[in-house]
Design a protein. Structure first.
Length: 133
């Protein structure tokens, strides 16, 4: 399953190692929901969240709007996670991702509208940011 791509990157606690103290916070409000109207035959960046300040992002749930003849390219740290040609989950009920997908630099979604009318693209991302203290 594509959403489980980063399973090997999940943080684990191994016997004999000390736990690192972390500063942790949820995604800021501007990173939880982003939208863009894209004209027929056009493409655009629907969602962008740069990971800064020494934080690592843990993407814990995701949802998107979808319309016929459209798709998204979802990238994490510049790498394609999935070409999304469906609604992953309803915007008000995001799909939980276990284990979370890890991002160190950025999270981006690009919408492509191959329909004959303008379409509103919407993305919901939830998760947390953590860094060593």
């Amino acid at each position: 399953r594509v959403l489980r791509r980063n399973q090997h990157n999940s943080p684990r606690h191994h016997k004999g190692t000390k736990r690192m103290k972390l500063e942790s916070t949820g995604f800021p409000s501007q990173a939880r929901y982003q939208t863009l109207t894209i004209a027929a035959g056009e493409r655009g960046r629907v969602y962008y969240f740069p990971i800064t300040g020494g934080y690592t992002a843990f993407i814990r749930s995701v949802a998107n709007a979808w319309a016929a003849n459209t798709y998204y390219n979802w990238l994490v740290d510049g790498e394609l996670i999935e070409k999304v040609e469906r609604a992953i989950a309803a915007l008000n009920s995001p799909l939980e991702i276990k284990p979370p997908i890890i991002a160190k630099r950025s999270i981006e979604w690009y919408g492509v509208n191959e329909s004959g009318a303008s379409v509103v693209f919407e993305v919901v991302m939830e998760g947390e940011l953590a860094k060593p203290i």
